[in-house]
Design a protein around this ligand. Structure first.
Ligand SMILES: [Zn+2]
Length: 606
């Protein structure tokens, strides 16, 4: 298993669409976070159970465990009982026993930990298809390794019409990226498009450049870069919006293949204890992916919640707000729902496209790419806010985040306060002075704790933006301390696997988990910005109740309380008790969605 693979995807495949939609921010609902809340196991206190005994029986009782409810008091109990898709009791094992009837399935937890079903607040589930149909280049540390992987994949895959893949590491190839000739040596006859692990660049072969008609005469598109050789010929790497130049050359996946990918992802997620995954970015013109989500849900086979955001780009005008309201209404009520507008505010640090307050060290005249005209972004924000649409913004650089928040504030000024719960994700560099604004504006922070480590990305950040900024990447405790709702996310496939146990450990230690294969350099045992370490309880909250708040479902999901949906996970270890450095070894043993068992590890024996 490879930990800490990551890419920052911004725009998976295509386009850095951006836009902003807006929204205002508003009423910060009370943040119920209780830091350092003790784990209290109240053994056998019958008053403690919260249920109405109607004389009916449960379908499922999990008993004799540690059920960390993540309720407001962060209570732990012994047992939980479920009828249909709903929790009917949380309390002592003795209390739960009363709900056991002839047909009740009883699971003896033998002291194991139960958590609410985990929520990943930003993961590109529709990329599951890539895990099936594309050559993985993640973690490969040399050009030769990439070539070998490509050659092996091509040899093993019959009738390949085009080669797709992702995962190559920017730092392996230097500032101008890999070349077409490197692919040509092993795959020249069919078009090839291989995305960098951050999905901000695509590496293509000569066939692709020919089919797409990209030549020395092709100008760099706005917001994009065609890397070139000394003579000005395209060298094989296309960045940001220049990736669109070759998009038409590679055949799109069919809805059937996409459903296959979603089915794969759903099983993968269940095996990690995830029951809700927020899909942050669906190009609204990507009808195949939206159709696939719709069809998958309509088939009845979707046993996961997929709240989904659709992209709004700088080319959109304020009429987009009405379109999204209509899409939301059309998809309401299922496990797949459209919940928000997604906006890309900037690029990524590794692509020198994150938008910074101060210039890059490697380009002293350059602060990165802001993808929006701020005034247009503000107006889109106001329109979306007025329409009641949540806004989910990709922002990496400190200046991008400031402008993102400015748009939310503008929308509030225009429309008045609203419980908008706008989200900002990634948050690699954040101005100290902006952190309280998240709380003021009711903005949810969506970090990827998988990335809070000293590794090759950190080394690159030191090169690109200097030691001082590199050492202050990815705040988290500051956000909790300021009363901000923090909802964690993987950005799968950027982080692979999207295992919340890895993220929980790193959130607590901000250090590469011991034994990670990919990072053996002893320097990587150093924690990244250790002052920002948070508690296990805070990390759990960020994967449960806070994720539920992010989708306005804290009354249905995110904690184990009577009347809520029976989404829960049984873990192999009590992560509240074991040393933090062992959390990543924890596995999901059983996962339930709507009261239905959707995953059982073969390591679960009773
Ligand atoms: Zn993403």
């Amino acid at each position: 298993m490879r930990y800490l693979g990551r890419l920052h995807l911004l725009a998976l495949l295509t386009v850095v669409l951006v836009t902003a939609v807006g929204v205002t921010a508003a009423l910060a609902w009370p943040n119920t976070a209780k830091q350092d809340a003790p784990t209290v196991v109240k053994d056998g206190w019958s008053w403690f159970s919260r249920s109405a005994d109607t004389g009916e029986r449960a379908d499922l009782v999990l008993t004799n465990g540690v059920v960390y409810t993540v309720d407001e008091d962060r209570t732990s109990v012994e047992a939980v009982a479920i009828r249909g898709d709903t929790i009917v009791i949380v309390g002592s094992s003795a209390e739960a026993e009363k709900w056991i009837g002839e047909d009740t399935e009883v699971i003896d937890l033998e002291g194991r930990l139960v958590l609410p079903g985990l929520i990943d607040s930003h993961a590109h589930a529709t990329s599951g298809v890539s895990d099936i149909y594309e050559v993985p280049l993640y973690g490969l540390g040399s050009m030769e390794d990439c070539q070998q992987a490509i050659a092996d994949f091509v040899a093993a895959t019959a009738d390949l019409a085009a080669l797709q893949g992702a995962g190559w590491i920017n730092s392996v190839f230097g500032e101008h990226g890999p070349t077409a000739a490197m692919i040509d040596e092993v795959c020249a006859d069919i078009p090839a498009a291989l995305y960098s692990e951050d999905y901000h660049s695509v590496w293509v072969n000569t066939k692709t450049l020919e089919l797409a008609g990209v030549t020395a005469d092709t100008p760099d598109p706005e917001g994009g870069i065609i890397e070139r050789d000394a003579d000005g010929n395209p060298s094989g790497t296309l960045r940001e919006s220049a990736m669109e130049l070759v998009a038409g050359v590679i055949p799109a996946y069919t809805p059937e293949q996409l459903v296959e990918g979603l089915t794969y992802f759903q099983e993968f997620a269940h095996s990690l204890g995830l029951t809700t995954v927020y899909i942050p970015s669906m190009p609204s013109g990507d009808t195949a992916a939206l159709e696939a989500l719709h069809a998958f849900d309509a088939s009845g086979a979707m046993t996961i919640r997929f709240p989904t955001a659709v992209d709004v780009s700088p080319e959109d005008d304020i009429s987009i707000a009405g379109q999204i309201v209509a899409s939301k209404a059309a998809e309401a009520g299922g496990n797949y729902e459209i919940v928000a507008a997604k906006i890309f505010m900037d690029g990524v640090l590794e692509g020198v496209t994150a938008y910074l307050e101060e210039p890059y060290d490697i380009r002293p005249d350059y602060r990165g790419e802001l993808l929006w005209d701020p005034q247009h972004y503000n107006e889109i924000c106001a329109a979306l806010d007025k329409a009641g649409v949540q806004i989910h913004v990709h922002s990496i650089g400190d200046a991008a985040t400031r402008i993102t928040l400015d748009g939310f504030a503008y929308a509030r000024e225009q429309n008045g306060p609203r419980d908008s719960r706008n989200m900002i994700t990634h948050l690699q560099l954040v101005n100290d002075s902006d952190i309280p604004r998240f709380a003021e504006l009711g903005v949810i922070a969506v970090p990827q704790p998988y990335w809070f480590v000293v590794d090759t990305y950190y080394d690159q950040a030191v090169d690109y933006v200097g030691q001082e900024r590199a050492d202050r990447q990815y705040p988290m405790k500051s956000l909790f301390d300021a009363g901000v709702t923090v909802a964690s996310a993987s950005d799968y496939p950027v982080s692979w696997p999207p295992d919340p146990m890895v993220a929980i450990e790193i959130g607590v230690t901000r250090t590469v988990p011991a034994g990670s294969e990919a990072y053996v350099d002893p320097d990587y045992e150093t924690p990244l910005w250790p002052e920002e370490c948070v508690t296990v309880e805070q990390m759990i909250e960020s994967f449960t109740i806070n994720g539920a708040q992010a989708i306005f479902k804290e009354n249905e999901l995110g904690s184990l309380e009577v009347g809520k949906k029976a989404d829960l996970v049984v873990l192999s270890q009590n992560i509240l008790e074991i040393p933090a450095g062992e959390i990543h070894n924890t596995i999901a043993l059983l996962t339930y969605f709507d009261g239905q068992e959707v995953y059982r590890s073969d390591q679960f024996v009773q």
